[in-house]
Write a protein that binds this ligand. Structure first.
Ligand SMILES: [Zn+2]
Length: 380
């Protein structure tokens, strides 16, 4: 990202499918067959050392169609999936679960009927009813025709990609600053802390258990490991969802924009004590972003990213930057004016301040004209 802006944000709509018994079987067979195909293609790709989509398609397309009796529009779909998986680690051949997600695109999905979705299966096209609420219905016309067919606990869902609504226009001069801290999950410039204590405890406990389980390495241990990490992931996703919802709602209610640090490369920044490293890498940093990202769009709150340097070492009153201002990781004490407080809350104030300064400062190119609102929707 050149300037940290993602103009075309996407959101994912989860639609639960309600197939008939026959359709369920057809979908199941299709999913299994596609994953078989993925595994075979992965084997070929690995053997031929080919990670190029177009070259790989030339090698495998005809044989994949024949071997797995896939309709033409489906035989190409596993190829990008294999290439993507291959990119993660070229030294191992990726393996696909029998019921792994199957990608659909415009060629094998259709959204024409209001309450059914046309899906291509091994038995041809099936019009599968789906359940939707108000939320999904309002966004249905923004789906782009791409979706993943997901099977979880014997229930089929479609995770459809939709365009997020356009960011709001308008001028904002006041911002609510958010600091994604190490000690507290997020602190805003009003000093309100969304603490993640319960989550952190869960992280600590499960990190410990995971370590023990992976040392043992038996099959039962691996199964247990998967369950634990699933539980932790869902807990984190849920906590982040609620926190970001709260933060965006506060900004909206108080008619402010939302300011946050530009966290590209955050892990390289500064020193993190060993004890905190796992927490730092796991929690918050990567995950709080995306829910905020689309919630600001949904609720029409402008958002801006600011330079993260020294936000927790700068005194918001005197603008003096000094390492000494931060005697401990959690504490801020200004050496020149004596202002003191939790480091995260001070950082959040600086973030809000920086966002405001950036907006108030006219661009050099159009000096004299009215300052524009900052680019919105940076928060993805
Ligand atoms: Zn000061």
């Amino acid at each position: 990202m050149s300037d940290g802006i993602l103009r075309c944000a996407k959101l994912t709509l989860a639609l639960e499918l309600g197939p008939s018994a026959g359709q369920h079987t057809a979908l199941l067979r299709t999913v299994e067959r596609c994953n078989d195909a993925c595994n075979w293609i992965a084997e070929v790709a690995f053997r031929e050392r080919c990670a190029n989509k177009i070259r790989l398609q030339k090698i495998v397309y005809l044989e994949a169609r024949e071997r797995f009796e896939l309709p033409g529009q489906m035989a190409t779909r596993p190829i990008p999936k294999v290439v993507e998986a291959d990119k993660c680690d070229r030294t191992v051949q990726p393996h696909f679960r029998a019921h792994g997600a199957v990608p659909y695109d415009q060629r094998n999905i259709s959204w024409k009927a209001p309450d059914r979705v046309g899906l291509l299966t091994l038995n041809g096209r099936e019009a599968v009813p789906y359940l939707f609420g108000e939320y999904q219905n309002a966004r249905r016309d923004r789906t782009r025709g791409q979706a993943d067919l997901v099977l979880r606990r014997n229930v089929f869902s479609l995770y459809a990609t939709a365009d997020a609504p356009e960011p709001p226009q308008g001028r904002y001069t006041e911002y609510l600053g958010i600091d994604l801290g190490i000690v507290d999950l997020a602190t805003d410039s009003d000093g309100i802390i969304s603490t993640g204590e319960a989550g952190r405890r869960l992280c600590r406990v499960s990190a410990h258990r995971r370590r023990n389980l992976s040392r043992e390495g038996t099959k039962a241990c691996r199964r247990k490991l998967r369950r634990i990490s699933g539980r932790q992931r869902r807990f984190q996703a849920d906590t982040n969802h609620r926190n970001s919802k709260h933060v965006v709602a506060v900004a909206r209610r108080t008619k402010r924009g939302l300011a946050r640090e530009d966290l590209q490369g955050i892990r390289e920044r500064g020193t993190v004590r060993r004890r905190q490293r796992a927490r730092h890498a796991n929690w918050g940093f990567s995950r709080l972003r995306s829910p905020i990202g689309y919630k600001v769009r949904q609720l029409g709150v402008p958002a801006v990213l600011v330079d993260p340097r020294n936000t927790s070492r700068t005194c918001p009153d005197r603008a003096c930057i000094d390492q000494v201002n931060r005697p401990t990781r959690d504490r801020f004490e200004c050496v020149s004016c004596g202002l003191a407080g939790p480091a995260d809350a001070i950082a959040a104030r600086n973030i809000a301040f920086r966002a405001r300064a950036a907006v108030m400062q006219p661009k050099v190119s159009d000096a004299g004209s009215v300052p524009e609102a900052p680019e919105t929707s940076h928060l993805l």
